[in-house]
Write a protein that binds this ligand. Structure first.
Ligand SMILES: [Zn+2]
Length: 131
């Protein structure tokens, strides 16, 4: 902490005691309490959070098309620059997906072979519960 920037002055009106010294750490420049300044800032953010959110929403709404366009251009450019990587990735994904699907089909077949009863329809189950 630089001594030029801060000094220990009289206790501020909110009683922000600095490390039990009974004094308040203040900005040399403004002679104002650092803690008060911080709290003022948090209060400001709290009070204005709604407005900030609304502003962001409004900004997004107003710039949606622009942003979407930019994203489209970016993805196009990205695709052009990474064609090989993307197609490799797609091939890899398809191969993985295929294996996964085959695995699923295998387990499904095994399950149908092992089960002697036919799977019940939900309606039948409902009727049984009622009786
Ligand atoms: Zn204070």
């Amino acid at each position: 902490m630089s001594k030029d920037k801060y000094y220990l002055g009289s206790l501020c009106k909110h009683g922000h005691d600095y490390l039990g010294t009974g004094k308040t750490l203040r900005y040399t420049k403004w002679r104002s309490c650092i803690q008060c300044g911080k709290e003022r800032h948090t209060n400001y953010v709290d009070e204005h959070q709604k407005e900030i959110l609304q502003y962001r929403k409004r900004y997004y709404k107003n710039n949606k098309e622009k942003m979407c366009k930019r994203q489209k251009i970016n993805s196009k450019e990205y695709y052009r620059n990474n064609k090989e990587i993307i197609s490799m990735y797609q091939m890899f994904y398809r191969a993985q997906h295929k294996a996964h699907m085959q695995e699923q089909q295998k387990t499904y077949k095994e399950r149908t072979i092992n089960s002697t009863q036919e799977p019940r329809k939900p309606e039948e189950l409902k009727n049984q519960r009622r009786n």
